[in-house]
Design a protein around this ligand. Structure first.
Ligand SMILES: Nc1ncnc2c1ncn2[C@@H]1O[C@H](COP(=O)(O)OP(=O)(O)OP(=O)(O)O)[C@@H](O)[C@H]1O
Length: 614
């Protein structure tokens, strides 16, 4: 309960910070709306009293008085009609501000993670996703609930003060009757919070299956393997599971609410009896009867709304708890308080006694690796699937830190550098490179944002990656949007976006790598998707391009690997061989065995021009 209240307070603070002035105005409008029912009831009471006195011949109503009262009534009616519209607009505006403020907090926090460990840890990743999804959904709802809360509280207090002035016992009775409801609703709120928390992994799986059933990236396999019904069944099973849990919760709520409604009806009847007996005893006027009966029902209604709003807060609080969890996540990589400036690489990179595992619960992936990448040399890293090559790249780019050992850049431990500055000295093409649904120019220019508009520079990178000519054949050459998701909007016309082949995408990603003037190039399977001719052309190019650059090349294609100055063989996380192609062939170890295996399959291949890969 304490945590619930704490989270509500934090949530309110967050709303406040997003737009203080808007909050003040919204609160004033909400208070006014909360007071209008009492003002209405009061005008009605005065009117009834005057009428009763007039009928009894005790008083002649003066026209001006009646006029004043009717004007007051009209003003109240008009205000009551207008305030909700203005409030709705203001709430929507506050909702927009709140959304931006929550979204930017979420993404700023996410951007503060310097590595990728949090994203590769399912539990933390879940928190990130839930905070992100909650940020989208809950801002409008939270505001609505907070408005309801304030408005019903004001209405409640205003009518309670009327009841106190009439009959303290009655006021206490009505409030006491609301107490079990309040306690129950707080309990229900807590249960709903717990349920939503418990169901959140299921909800995320539901999103995943919906994605598989409707997303452009998944649709090909789903159609070809006939997976639609399989995934739909899984989705429906999850719906059954969540509906079952929700149904049970609602049945619990229904039982409580029915019981509590009986109590409040009995209280309303008792109140009515008290008011009517007072009237018969001639202690109150006709207008008073109206006012007090009104007060009893209004207090009951307002307490119902108030209590409902408190329960409704549970969802906002649920989101906030994920948000808070995200904000409290510790940094994934330590950053030095006074980082060293990153020097241009002149002597080289050294991995010294590096061992690594993803966490204490995971096995060791790299074991006591000692490896040199001399400046202006190309080192190739080969090894079977799962040997740890990509993991080594993650360490080199400081997406993770070694568990044991050091990585030295010109003799300085890379942990001494500011990660973003360090990464500006490195350019990569990853095995699972990104396809950005953007223009060709942007896809290449993202390699160096400062040059994203620099066409000669971007064209140079495209030529280095051997893709320039093909880009020129696209409908709007470098300004062509490569997308399957968005309709292209160019020169006022709308057309379906175009897509590229796997090899073309790979060369665009290679151009992106070249767009960054970096000290170290890392190429993780850069030719996997290229056809024989493209690979040949790219590599005759690469050889020149890499001539004076420092690079690490990872490939299963031995025709590519051969061009490196030195080759390191990684086996089960250890470097087992190191040397030039010729030297390794002579020593007749793992490299020579893999090389011959590939060459044999190449010889046996029914397509003699296509290079084989391990
Ligand atoms: N985020 C991670 N968490 C836990 N284990 C991981 C993670 N990423 C990779 N691994 C494990 O680390 C080992 C090495 O994977 P890695 O991707 O480095 O191999 P690789 O040599 O690049 O393989 P391939 O040639 O198939 O690309 C594998 O056993 C893999 O399951």
């Amino acid at each position: 309960m304490w945590h619930f209240l704490q989270s509500v307070t934090q949530l309110v603070k967050f709303v406040w910070r997003s737009h203080p002035l808007g909050c003040v105005v919204a609160v004033i409008l909400t208070i006014l709306q909360g007071l209008i029912p009492l003002a209405n009831a009061w005008v009605l009471k005065v009117l009834l009293d005057w009428l009763a006195e007039q009928f009894a011949g005790q008083k002649d109503i003066i026209n001006e008085q009646l006029m004043g009262l009717l004007i007051a009534q009209t003003v109240l009616i008009v205000t009551a009609a207008m305030l909700p519209n203005v409030s709705r607009y203001l709430n929507a505006e506050l909702g927009r501000r709140l959304t931006i403020s929550i979204q930017s907090s979420v993404y700023q926090k996410i951007n503060q993670f310097r590595g990728i460990a949090h994203f590769e840890n399912p539990e933390v990743y879940d928190t990130i996703r839930l905070a992100e999804e909650g940020a989208e959904q809950s801002s409008g709802q939270t505001l609505q609930v907070l408005t309801d809360l304030i408005q019903s509280l004001v209405t409640l207090l205003s009518f309670v003060s009327v009841l106190i002035s009439f009959n303290l016992f009655l006021a206490n009775l009505v409030l006491l009757a609301a107490l079990p409801q309040l306690i129950t609703q707080l309990q229900i709120g807590r249960q709903r919070f717990g349920l939503a928390y418990e169901l959140s992994p299921t909800e995320r799986r539901k999103h995943y299956y919906s994605f598989l059933l409707s997303d452009v990236y998944a649709v090909k396999e789903v159609r070809l393997f006939g997976l639609g019904t399989y995934f739909l069944d899984k989705l429906l099973q999850l719906y059954q599971r969540t509906h079952h849990a929700e149904r049970q919760q609602q049945q619990r709520e229904l039982r409580w609410e029915l019981g509590l409604n009986i109590i409040s009806s009995i209280v309303a009847s008792i109140a009515f009896v008290i008011v009517v007996s007072a009237a018969f005893a001639e202690r109150v006027s006709l207008g008073d009867i109206m006012l007090y009966v009104n007060a009893v029902t209004s207090v009951q209604m307002a307490s119902g709304r108030l209590i409902g709003a408190i329960a409704g807060l549970s969802e906002g609080v649920l989101f906030y708890s994920f948000f808070e969890k995200l904000l409290n996540l510790s940094p994934d990589l330590p950053v030095p308080a006074t980082p060293y400036p990153v020097p241009s690489l002149s002597s080289g990179i050294e991995l010294r006694n590096v061992s690594f595992r993803y966490s204490d619960h995971h096995p060791w992936i790299l074991r006591d690796v000692n490896l040199q990448i001399p400046a202006h040399h190309c080192l190739a890293l080969v090894g079977l699937n799962g040997a740890g090559k990509s993991t080594l790249v993650k360490l080199l780019t400081r997406l993770y830190d070694p568990t044991i050992g050091q990585i030295l850049w010109d003799g300085i431990d890379i942990r001494e550098f500011e990660p973003d500055e360090f990464r500006r000295h490195i350019s990569t093409i990853f095995q699972d490179f990104m396809h950005y649904d953007l223009t060709v120019r942007e896809n290449i220019g993202l390699g160096d944002l400062s040059r994203i508009q620099d066409m000669p520079w971007i064209q140079k990178a495209a030529k280095q990656a051997n893709i320039h000519e093909e880009i020129l054949r696209l409908p709007h050459d470098y300004e062509t949007e490569i997308t399957r998701m968005f309709a292209e909007e160019m020169t006022g016309e709308k057309a379906a976006g175009i897509d590229l082949s796997g090899g073309q995408w790979q060369r665009i990603a290679t151009a992106r790598m070249f767009a960054r003037e970096a000290d170290l190039l890392i190429l993780d399977e850069p030719t996997a998707a290229l056809d024989a001719q493209a690979e040949y052309e790219t590599y005759s190019h690469f050889k020149q391009l890499m001539a004076d650059r420092t690079s690490l090349l990872i490939s299963h294609r031995f025709s590519t690997v051969r061009m490196a100055d030195a080759i390191a063989v990684l086996e089960a996380g250890r470097i087992v061989e190191y040397g030039s192609h010729e030297a390794l062939m002579r020593s007749n170890g793992t490299y020579a065995k893999l090389y011959r295996l590939q060459a044999e399959s190449y010889m046996d291949s029914p397509q003699p021009h296509s290079p084989a890969s391990v």
